[in-house]
Write a protein that binds this ligand. Structure first.
Ligand SMILES: Nc1ncnc2c1ncn2[C@@H]1O[C@H](COP(=O)(O)OP(=O)(O)OP(=O)(O)O)[C@@H](O)[C@H]1O
Length: 375
């Protein structure tokens, strides 16, 4: 039955149809610009995550999309219609929040049936539809359990079924996994992805968890200070951050300040550091370079590094055991004492280097991105 829904969805959806469009949306809370001139498009059937630190404006943007809050400037449309055209209960939006707001005195099945009753769904078809959606979230057979007889993860599944049972045009998720322990959170991230793929429902998820964003999304918007910093697919966002904020927020990056050279590299003291310019900047301007911890190679000597465009020597100032890998902090005197954080995961040599050791570190030119600091 779920496959039938997916088939219907894919038959009726042209892949390029825009489901949600925000144009120059601003929310000014009496001088606090919670969202500042945000514009984006989301195609039908895609999974978008709005990612950003606390206070970056994610929830405010989501609340405006849901129609709970009216923007002070700009326009938001869902399937071409302004979001405030209908009262919240008449809109075709399913929602799951961190507080699940399930009805504790009702059974799982009664909770899932609730939106159908509210929407005056044909009573003879309710039980079948509820079973179908409990199956979808792998709770077939749990329909008669009361909410307090279910685990946290199972309650989460009931909330998902309840949000989707009336086949909304849009599913909105506001940090629904934030309160779960890590294992369960990772399991539910994959579940969200599976269910979304199965139903093809257009979804917007809000989180500050970068791993979650990378795992579940087709498309990610990174926000900071109320502004959209970048919108891209996960791999592009990770590989080609457009500014230092995005480079620092996703993954673990180290930063070095310097001056742009005429050929697009960076000068620090007497040393020219090879990198890839991520912006247009004039020779002599101040720049900021970023490199990810897993893109730096570490060895006892420069020769042992093998082929690297850039090779430097440094001193280990800290080593941190992270289970599946070791993280080294290396200070490079030739770069005015800049520190680099480097992941190393050779299972045979976790204890390879110690604090105080001199080590060689190297990278390839394309992996060090050079930005204008003001970008
Ligand atoms: N009703 C309000 N009145 C005044 N300021 C508000 C209001 N709601 C949010 N803000 C402010 O707007 C900014 C963005 O808040 P928002 O809740 O959207 O951020 P967020 O990215 O979702 O953060 P978190 O991850 O902590 O939930 C914050 O500075 C917040 O204090």
């Amino acid at each position: 039955m779920t496959n039938q829904i997916a088939a219907q969805n894919s038959a009726t959806q042209s892949p390029r149809e825009v489901a949600v469009r925000a144009s120059h949306v601003t929310m000014d809370f009496g001088g606090v610009l919670a969202v500042n001139d945000a514009s984006f498009e989301l195609e039908k059937g895609r999974f978008l995550t709005i990612l950003g630190p606390s206070g970056s404006g994610k929830t405010t943007l989501l609340r405006m999309i849901a129609g709970f809050q009216k923007q002070t400037a700009g326009e938001i449309t869902i399937n071409g219609k302004p979001v405030d055209a209908a009262p919240p209960h008449r809109r075709s939006i399913g929602m799951v929040f961190q507080k699940l707001a399930l009805f504790p005195h009702m059974t799982a099945a009664e909770n899932v049936a609730f939106p159908l009753k509210m929407r005056r769904f044909n009573p003879r078809q309710i039980a079948g539809r509820v079973d179908q959606f409990l199956d979808l979230v792998k709770l077939g057979g749990y329909g008669n359990r009361r909410i307090n007889e279910l685990s946290g993860g199972q309650q989460q599944r009931v909330a998902i079924a309840r949000a989707l049972v009336f086949e909304p045009d849009l599913l909105l998720l506001d940090e629904p996994l934030a309160a779960l322990d890590v294992k369960l959170r990772e399991e539910m991230q994959l579940e969200f992805r599976r269910i979304q793929h199965e139903l093809g429902v257009t979804t917007i998820n809000v989180t500050h968890d970068q791993r979650e964003a990378l795992v579940v999304s087709d498309n990610i918007i990174v926000m900071d200070g109320g502004r959209i910093q970048q919108q891209a697919e996960p791999v592009e966002l990770y590989r080609a951050p457009e500014n230092p904020f995005v480079a620092g927020f996703l993954g673990l990056s180290s930063f070095v300040e310097g001056t742009a050279t005429a050929d697009g590299n960076m000068q620090v003291g007497d040393l020219v550091v090879q990198g890839e310019p991520a912006d247009d900047f004039a020779a002599g301007t101040k720049v900021l370079a970023a490199i990810r911890a897993e893109q730096i190679r570490l060895a006892g000597t420069r020769e042992a590094l093998g082929n690297c465009d850039m090779k430097l020597e440094g001193r280990v100032s800290d080593t941190i055991f992270e289970g599946e890998r070791q993280m080294y902090v290396v200070e490079v005197g030739a770069l005015s004492g800049a520190t680099f954080r480097v992941y190393h995961h050779d299972p045979d040599s976790f204890g390879l280097f110690h604090v105080g050791d001199t080590v060689a570190l190297g990278w390839n030119r394309r992996d060090l991105k050079i930005f204008s600091p003001a970008a």
